[in-house]
Design a binder for this molecule. Sequence first.
Ligand code: PGA
Length: 268
Amino acid sequence: MQVLIFENKQKVAFFAAQLFKELLQLKPAATLGLATGSTPIELYKELVKLYEKKEISFSKAASFNLDEYYDIDEGNRNSYRYFMNSMLFEKIDINLKNTYLPTCNQYQNPGQQGKHYEALIQECGGIDLQLLGIGANGHIGFNEPTSSLASRTRIKSLTPQTIQDNSRLFEKGESQPQLAMTMGIATILDAKYIVLLATGEVKARAVSDMVNGSLSANCPASALQMHPNTIVLLDEAAASQLKNKEYLQWVANQNESIVKKHGYFKDL
Ligand code: PGA
């Protein structure tokens, strides 16, 4: 796990956007794993800017989102499809037909839908770069604490904390789903590269459990310790509880010359 600490969230987003640019230059038909939530919004704005400057194209790319609420209409402004279309897909040149979310409605079998999503990812050659946020409770996707580290795409109940954390996005009177379909932890670990973004003090504890804590289903993000190509991008507030910041900075400095020469995606 490589950890890079930046002054603020804009710099985190800028760096993450450069990673997407580098990947798409190397592999225009890349399969991207995407995320929703407040954290990636700055990154999506950067990607739109790069697209408008003609520095990046998604025309041959495909995308798979981490999660989607169970039984939500895609036109509902709280659906993750709506979020992705309005924040990113409608502002860039990706073919909407190549953008996937793990949907499931009340008439569909969640087990079959999960299997179908896994198969679609495989058909597209697997995920090249998976974007992640992290919950204040250490979740990735909607893999809440105690999720199996071997899990695959499936239906999950959200924890009261996650429901509370996300309630800010729902207006009075709107019903807030308590179930979601989510890629599993094993699905996420199959990605060739992972970039996790965390900003703000509210994430500091989860970040330190992920980086300094032991591998445990109680902090699902700690599973990333098992992944060979994960880059964690933090602002100073999210990094504030890390134990070994000087060492992490030393490693980042050592890596810089290799990255300059070979780039981040040297095994792609
Ligand atoms: P947030 O969510 O970006 O809205 O904080 C992150 C997550 O829950 O994965």
